[in-house]
Design a protein around this ligand. Structure first.
Ligand code: FBP
Length: 549
């Protein structure tokens, strides 16, 4: 196989580890006090009868437990995030440090591999070929949810057949919730298989007091910020385009916020603020148009606007509209399916409530078509396919036309639209992610060695050098609450949205007025893997601000 010069050089990079793990994964375990849950304590306790209340663990170097040989399984779950391969490499090395004969099996294509018994044994050659690389292609990933007793039983059978006594599930909030359900199932049925989770997602929404960040967020934001910086420079060179850039992040706006902090665009919308202020789409459009007009009056008919992928679902009136459309089209599925595309739009306009029909009517024709035609197998609107960046660009153009007619805008408004998402998910991990991921995996081996289950691997204090990182384990039940999902109360890890009273947003809010008026773009450039520490060993602005006292 031919590999790039960078991949070759990068393969030799030795990720840093917290001091507790520097001598191997056989660690001394310090137990904190018993824990509870973030909310709905009694309900969580009742569901997780045997795993609830475990203590927070911190590790120190120098454990003395005798490590018998074990087999371990690992699964990548959900969307790709840079550094997944390093979690597996860290886990592999950590297991080998416990006992050279330990084996690691990778279940293929995500949780499906566990349920369908598709796996491969991971060897030195496979691991070495994937060290410090992006992607999940070593074993693949998938979005199957592990949640039924039948799946748990299949997991038991397939683990037992391979002699697996511990599973590591690398995933986001839902996957870790399911890891915890599986841990509870095994423990409550006296099945001796441990389950450990690792926090993954570029979206950055799996974090709390104990889990500082999900891996992949750092690298993905750096890739997007490089591109945004390049676009900003192009905009400032040609001075003729407004660039509307949608950024991935299914729900929370952490990516948009971090990229704004890194690049200082003229506009960055934060969905959580839109929801908090109950903003209408019209108000968002008005605000953007006001910035465009003000810059134009100052001779700058160009700019950069960042739009989070999840925005549309945070606009209260659009949320209602989508839910009505889902119900309306599902209730009339047969009739609607037989209609021409454009007739579906007419049907929606005629049958939505007055309020939603009015909102629907304000949307550009292309978006109306998308809302009525691009539907998932359950008949629901595929929100992630909606081209919000195009929609806003068109709506702002319409608004500016009206302003021109009133003499309130006298400039030019030409747009370019972009969507940055997939290009960031498989980038070679930054030093931060390479180190953090390797440590998370190695630490998962330490949790296994310590005989724990239902824990998430935790590496903290990561704004400091790795020599000060703190390794340990956090009971997953501690991060849970009950939420209503598809009409049922479910225990889930609470998703971390952008906190409007948090330091990252406060800093952004204090600067955005200036960034709107001026051209204050910052050009972060590409991720640096080699060179001076001040360009190679960066930490996200979000984390730096969150951790600042
Ligand atoms: P995870 O939460 O599984 O990490 O995935 C996040 C994400 O990258 C979102 O940002 C995006 O909305 C979604 O996955 C895209 O999913 P898909 O790969 O199925 O198109």
């Amino acid at each position: 196989m031919s590999i790039s010069p960078l991949q070759k050089a990068r393969a030799a990079y030795a990720p840093k580890l917290p001091p507790a793990l520097a001598g191997g994964a056989n660690v001394k375990v310090n137990e904190g006090v018993p824990t509870t849950a973030v909310a709905d304590v009694e309900k969580i306790r009742a569901i997780f009868k045997t795993t609830f209340g475990s203590p927070v663990l911190t590790f120190e170097a120098g454990g003395s437990a005798a490590a018998k040989a074990i087999n371990v399984g690992v699964i990548l779950s959900g969307g790709q995030a840079p550094g997944g391969h390093n979690v597996i490499a860290g886990l592999y090395d950590g297991l080998k440090s416990l006992n050279k004969t330990n084996k690691l099996y990778g279940f293929l294509k995500g949780p499906d591999g566990l349920v369908k018994d598709e796996y491969m044994e991971l060897t030195d050659a496979i691991i070495d070929a994937h060290r410090n690389t992006g992607g999940f292609d070593m074993i693949g990933s998938g979005r199957t949810k592990l949640e039924t007793d039948e799946q748990f039983e299949a997991a038991r059978r397939h683990c037992e057949a391979l002699g697996i006594s511990a599973l590591v599930i690398i995933g986001g909030d839902d996957s870790n919730t399911n890891a915890c359900m599986l841990a509870e199932y095994f423990k409550s049925h006296s099945i001796p298989i441990q389950v450990i989770g690792c926090p993954k997602t570029i979206d950055g929404d799996l974090k709390n007091e104990w889990i500082e960040t999900s891996f992949g967020f750092d690298t993905a934001c750096r890739v997007y910020s490089e591109l945004i910086g390049n676009i900003g420079r192009d905009a400032n060179s040609a001075k003729k385009y407004w660039h509307f850039i949608k950024l991935m992040g299914r729900s929370a706006s952490h990516i948009a916020l971090e990229c704004a902090l890194q690049t200082q665009p003229n506009i960055a919308i934060i969905s959580e603020e839109v929801a908090e202020k109950k903003m209408t789409l019209g108000q968002i459009v008005d605000e953007i148009a006001a910035v465009v007009a003000a810059r134009s009056a100052a001779g700058m008919n160009f700019g950069v606007a960042l739009i989070p992928e999840g925005l549309i679902e945070f606009v209260p009136e659009i949320k209602v509209l989508i839910s009505e459309l889902n119900d309306l089209l599902a209730a009339n599925a047969e009739k609607v399916d037989a209609m021409e595309k454009a007739d579906k739009v007419k049907f929606a306009l005629a049958n939505l409530t007055k309020e939603s029909a009015a909102v629907f009517a304000t949307l550009p024709a292309g978006i109306q078509m998308q809302l009525c035609n691009d539907r998932d197998p359950h008949g629901n609107v595929q929100v992630s396919l909606i081209e919000t960046e195009k929609m806003l660009a068109e709506m702002v153009a319409t608004k500016l036309k009206a302003m021109k007619a009133e003499g309130k805008f006298n400039g030019k408004f030409s747009t370019q639209v972009h969507f940055f998402g997939y290009e960031g998910r498989c980038a070679a991990p930054s030093n931060y992610d390479a180190d953090y991921c390797y440590s998370l995996g190695y630490n998962a081996a330490a949790l296994i060695g310590a005989g724990r289950t239902g824990y998430m691997s935790s590496v903290r204090n990561t704004t400091k050098p790795a020599s000060e990182w703190i390794a340990g384990g956090i009971p997953i039940t501690m991060m849970m609450n009950i939420e209503r999902r598809h009409g049922h109360d479910k225990p889930v890890i609470r998703k971390a949205l952008v906190e409007l009273d948090g330091k990252p947003f406060a800093f952004f809010a204090s600067k955005r007025g200036e960034w709107a008026k001026e051209t204050a773009y910052v050009y972060p450039g590409p991720i640096q893997y080699f060179g001076p520490s001040e360009v190679c060993d960066l930490v996200t602005k979000t984390l730096m601000l969150e951790q600042s006292k």
